[in-house]
Design a protein around this ligand. Structure first.
Ligand code: ADP
Ligand code: MG
Length: 139
């Protein structure tokens, strides 16, 4: 059975570009309910931990630097089939390959600066939600 939570991050460049409002509007219009939300500036160490699965990738160091370069907004969303539906809504990792109407197609600056993160599995949605939010911060 698929889970009902996913963890998203609005990435630094999207924040600097003033896209929090438009991105949140699209997500909530699509039926996702905000369970927890916060603005936080990740340390290098925290960004390394969050993306530790990509440690061996050539883009890892740049990604960690980018994700800790400014504040992000972390959001835990609830919806039936949340992980899969959210990945569909944000589109391909590479905005040049993302479908029309997806968030990455509309708001990404580049493959690295692709506006938003979305969990890739129910298991990771739980791990990533625990990374950002205490139980008492979830509603
Ligand atoms: P997704 O965010 O779609 O799950 P990945 O988990 O593969 O994609 O990658 C994590 C993040 O790392 C991407 O969202 C993107 O910001 C960055 N990234 C992925 N692949 C590359 C790449 N080839 N070059 C630069 N940055 C990348
Ligand atoms: Mg991923």
């Amino acid at each position: 059975m698929s889970g009902n939570i996913t963890l998203s991050i609005i990435k630094p460049f999207a924040i600097k570009s003033g896209f929090i409002g438009p991105i949140m509007a699209i997500i909530t219009e699509a039926g996702f309910r905000i369970s927890a939300i916060k603005s936080v500036k990740l340390t290098i160490g925290q960004a390394e931990e969050f993306y530790s699965v990509h440690k061996s990738k050539p883009f890892y160091n740049d990604l960690v630097e980018f994700m800790s370069s400014g504040p992000v907004v972390a959001i835990m969303f609830k919806k039936e089939n949340a992980v899969e539906d959210f990945r569909e809504l944000i589109g391909n990792t590479d905005p040049s390959k993302a479908k029309e109407g997806t968030i990455r197609k509309m708001f990404a600056e580049s493959l690295q600066r692709n506006a938003v993160h979305g969990s890739d599995s129910d298991e990771n949605a739980i791990i990533e939600s625990d990374f950002f939010f205490a139980k008492k911060e979830r509603f």
